[in-house]
Design a protein around this ligand. Structure first.
Ligand code: UDP
Ligand code: MG
Length: 337
C-alpha cells in the first residue's frame, strides 16, 4: 500500500470492560501492544472501569502514563458488563471497534485477523469459540443448552458459541448504539443489526488471573434477559399450554359426566380433583410469573434511566487529521487498493 492510502487509514478502538481486573491488566496491555502496530492506523484502547473495588483504576492510569493510546472511563459504580460495553460504545471513536474481555480469555493475537476481515469489507467480525475447555463441563453444557434454546425461540438468529469478542464497523456500531433499549443483551443486539457478518474461530483459553464474575445465578439472569428481550415464545408457550390443559379438562369432564349419567358412579375422584387443582394452580402461577418478566422489562424501559453513569472519562488524543476519519466507502476503497 502506498502512503496516500496509509493516511486515510481509519482509527481502531479497542474497548475493554474491567471489573476488578487489576492483576491482569499489565499482561493484557503488553500483549495488546505487541499486536497493535502502527499499520492499523490510529489506535485507542479504552478501558472501561466498571466500578472496580480493587485498584483497577490506578493500574489503568499508570498504563495510560506509559502509552498515550490508552483511555479510561470510570463508571460511577458497578453497572455490569453489558452497561460497561455500552459506555465503551458511546465513547469509542474508531472506524472499527473491537470489544474484548480484560482477562485474556479473548486473545489479543486475534486482532490482526479481525482487522483483516474488516478491511475485506465485513461490518461484523464475530469470534467463535471452538474450544471451551477452560470452562467446567456443567458451565459448558448449560451454555450450550441456553444458546440452542435461545436461537430456537428467538426471531433473530443469535449465533451459537459467539460472545462479545468481536469487531464492529462504524456503521454497525452506530446501528447498535441507536437501539434504545435499556436491557442490553449485547450478543442479541449485535445479531439483530445484521450487516455483513463473518465468524472467525478461536480457541478460548482459561482466565489469566482472578475468577469469573459470572456466578451461576447471574448467568441465569443473563439467560432470562436474553430470551425475554428477543422472543415472546415463552408467552406463546404459556397460552398454548393453557389451551391444552383446558381442552384436556373439558374432555375429562365430559367423560366423568357421561360415566356418572350412565353408570351412576358416586364420588370417588378426590385424587384426580386434587391433582387437577394443584397442576392448574402451578401452571397459572408460572404463566403469571412469565408475564411478570415481560411487564417488568416494560417497566425498566419506561423509566428511561441511563444505562450507566460516568464518573470520569479520559480519552486519548487522536493525532490524525480530518481526512483519516474516513467513511466506510473510503475503507472499502483502501481495502481494494
Ligand atoms: N465485567 C464487567 N463488569 C461486571 C462483570 C464483568 O465489566 O460486572 C468484565 C470483566 O472484567 C471481564 C469481562 O467483563 O473483562 C468478562 O467477565 P468474566 O471474565 O468474569 O466473564 P466470563 O469470561 O466468565 O464469562
Ligand atoms: Mg472471562
Amino acid at each position: 500500500m502506498n502512503s496516500a492510502v496509509q493516511s486515510v487509514r481509519p482509527a481502531l478502538s479497542v474497548v475493554i470492560p474491567c471489573f476488578n481486573e487489576a492483576r491482569g491488566l499489565a499482561e493484557l496491555h503488553a500483549r495488546l501492544a505487541k499486536v497493535l502496530h502502527p499499520g492499523f492506523g490510529d489506535i485507542e484502547i479504552i478501558f472501561v472501569n466498571d466500578g472496580s473495588t480493587d485498584d483497577t483504576r490506578d493500574v489503568i492510569e499508570s498504563l495510560a502514563q506509559s502509552d498515550d493510546r490508552i483511555g479510561r472511563i470510570d463508571l460511577s459504580r458497578n453497572f455490569g458488563k453489558e452497561a460497561a460495553l455500552s459506555a465503551g460504545m458511546d465513547h469509542a471513536r474508531g472506524d472499527a471497534v473491537i470489544f474484548m474481555d480484560a482477562d485474556l480469555q479473548d486473545p489479543p493475537e486475534c486482532i490482526p485477523a479481525m482487522v483483516g476481515a474488516w478491511r475485506d469489507g465485513y461490518d461484523v467480525v464475530a469470534m467463535k469459540r471452538v474450544a471451551r475447555t477452560a470452562d467446567s463441563l456443567l458451565r459448558r453444557s448449560l451454555a450450550s443448552f441456553f444458546y440452542s434454546t435461545l436461537s430456537s425461540l428467538s426471531d433473530v438468529q443469535i449465533p451459537v458459541d459467539v460472545g462479545d469478542f468481536r469487531l464492529l464497523s462504524r456503521r454497525a456500531l452506530d446501528a447498535v448504539k441507536a437501539l434504545p433499549e435499556r436491557n442490553r443483551y449485547t450478543k442479541g443486539l449485535f445479531a439483530w443489526v445484521g450487516f455483513r457478518t463473518i465468524e472467525v474461530d478461536y480457541a478460548r483459553p482459561g482466565r489469566h488471573t482472578g475468577t469469573s464474575k459470572w456466578p451461576l445465578l447471574k448467568l441465569i439472569k443473563l439467560a432470562v434477559d436474553g430470551i425475554t428481550s428477543f422472543s415472546i415464545a415463552p408467552l406463546r408457550l404459556a397460552s398454548i399450554t393453557g389451551l391444552a390443559i383446558a381442552l384436556f379438562s373439558l374432555a375429562y369432564g365430559s367423560f366423568i359426566l357421561l360415566r356418572t349419567l350412565l353408570l351412576g358412579d358416586s364420588v370417588a375422584g378426590f385424587p384426580s380433583l386434587f391433582i387437577m387443582i394443584a397442576f392448574l394452580g402451578g401452571a397459572q402461577l408460572m404463566a403469571i410469573g412469565l408475564l411478570g418478566e415481560y411487564v417488568g422489562r416494560l417497566l425498566v424501559e419506561s423509566k428511561q434511566r441511563p444505562i450507566y453513569l460516568v464518573d470520569e472519562a479520559r480519552l486519548p488524543i487522536i493525532h490524525t487529521n480530518l481526512i483519516s476519519r474516513s467513511s466506510d466507502a473510503v475503507r472499502r476503497h483502501s481495502a481494494k487498493a
